[in-house]
Each structure stands twice: as structure tokens, then as C-alpha cells.
Design a protein around this ligand. Structure first.
Ligand SMILES: NC(=O)c1ccc[n+]([C@@H]2O[C@H](COP(=O)([O-])OP(=O)(O)OC[C@H]3O[C@@H](n4cnc5c(N)ncnc54)[C@H](OP(=O)(O)O)[C@@H]3O)[C@@H](O)[C@H]2O)c1
Length: 192
């Protein structure tokens, strides 16, 4: 990017989808596309914009992670928590490396958000069953991400219910967390 004389002021790594079937039930090409979209592309884009941002002494990177960044693996969506965890820790690493050079890096970690996400993976009917209290609008999540990034927050979890869930996921005994997540997410696993 810099080689073409162009620089970016802001990078938002948002593109994503999930795969609700068991890992082996879909072709490897689909799993690879998942990793390319949710892991490789965001890292490559960040790598591409960094030189220009460093040269300007300013730049903003928002990586869309997830509440799943704090969750253990469960049946279905096999690569999703790991990919989102990487977005979280990658954001922390970039902040540690480049904050002093004027960059602000944020991982936004939403829970259920009303978008096309569930339609795209055929679980919309299940998402609709989630209590309304737990479903945020995309506008709410975007506003939290922008405000958090402007304030220099590295990890932003929008909504008190998601903050509470993140605390429970991290601090309850991990055996209990795994059992709870497996039970709660089993209906989102579309099998083999
Ligand atoms: N919705 C939730 O409950 C929720 C919760 C936590 C985190 N997230 C994360 O939020 C981000 C945005 O998702 P969303 O909820 O807004 O879902 P969405 O409405 O389905 O939007 C997903 C976006 O990603 C793009 N995309 C998907 N696959 C792509 C690919 N291979 N190459 C390029 N673009 C691709 C889509 O483009 P097209 O429209 O062109 O397909 C679309 O713009 C994702 O990273 C997701 O993991 C969502």
C-alpha cells in the first residue's frame, strides 16, 4: 500500500462468517476460506497499513473479535473461538508495539448482534430465540467500538450483559465453563 504512495487512516477488520457443522463435515476449502477471511486477511491488511500509519504517527485499527474470544472450543464453529481469540491477542500485541508511535488498536468483542450473520450460517431461527435483552444492534456495537478506540481502549466489550459473560468465561472454573458453553451452544451445532 505504501509502495503505491497511499496510506490509510483507519483499518476496520470486520469481514467474517462461521461454520456451524463439525470440522470434518465441510470441505477443507471452506475451512481454509474461513481462516483466510478471519485470520490471514486481517493480519495481512494490518501489516499493509502499518508502515504508512507509523510514518504519519497516527492510525486506528479496529479488529472485530467476539465474546467468543473468551470462550473454550465446543462442538460446531470449531475454528471460531480460536480465530476470535487471535484477533483479541493480536490487537493487544499491536497496541504494545505501536501505541507509542501514535496508533490506537482496539478489539471489539460483541455478543449476539442483529446482523445477517445468523442468516449466513443458517442459525437465524435460533438467534431469534435468544432473549431480546441479549441482542444488540449493529449501531450500538459500532458506536462502542469507535468510542472505545478514540479513548485508547484495547479491548471493548459492548453491553453489561456481555461484560458479565466475559468475566464468567474467564474466571469460573474452566471445567464448568466448558460444560456450560457446550450445553448452551449445542443447538447452534448443525451436526455432521
Ligand atoms: N452478529 C453477531 O452476533 C456477531 C457477534 C460477534 C462477532 N461478530 C463478528 O462481526 C463481524 C461482522 O459480522 P456481522 O455480524 O456483521 O455479519 P454479516 O451481517 O453476515 O456481515 C459479514 C460481513 O463479512 C463479509 N464477508 C463474509 N465472508 C467474506 C469473505 N470471504 N470475503 C470478504 N468479505 C466477507 C460479508 O460480505 P458480503 O455481504 O459481501 O457477503 C459481510 O459484509 C464478523 O467478524 C463476525 O464474526 C458477529
Amino acid at each position: 500500500m505504501t509502495a503505491r504512495g497511499r496510506t490509510a487512516d483507519v483499518l476496520v477488520n470486520n469481514a467474517g462468517f462461521s461454520i456451524p457443522q463439525s470440522f470434518g463435515a465441510v470441505p477443507w476449502s471452506r475451512q481454509r476460506d474461513f481462516l483466510m477471511t478471519l485470520v490471514v486477511a486481517p493480519c495481512a491488511l494490518a501489516h499493509g497499513v502499518l508502515p504508512g500509519m507509523i510514518a504519519k504517527g497516527a492510525g486506528r485499527i479496529i479488529n472485530v473479535a467476539s465474546l467468543a474470544s473468551f470462550a473454550p472450543g465446543a462442538a460446531g464453529h470449531s475454528l471460531y473461538p480460536g480465530a476470535k481469540r487471535l484477533m483479541l491477542t493480536f490487537s493487544q500485541a499491536l497496541d504494545a508495539e505501536y501505541r507509542a508511535k501514535g496508533l490506537k488498536v482496539t478489539a471489539i468483542c460483541p455478543g449476539f448482534t442483529k446482523t445477517e450473520f445468523a442468516q449466513a450460517n443458517a442459525t437465524a431461527h435460533l438467534m431469534d430465540e435468544a432473549p431480546r435483552l441479549f441482542r444488540q444492534s449493529a449501531q450500538t456495537v459500532v458506536a462502542a467500538a469507535i468510542a472505545g478506540n478514540e479513548a485508547g481502549k484495547v479491548v471493548v466489550i459492548p453491553g453489561w450483559h456481555n461484560k458479565l459473560a466475559a468475566v464468567l468465561l474467564q474466571y469460573l472454573p474452566q471445567g464448568l465453563v466448558r460444560a456450560m458453553v457446550q450445553a448452551g451452544s449445542s443447538k447452534y451445532h448443525l451436526g455432521d
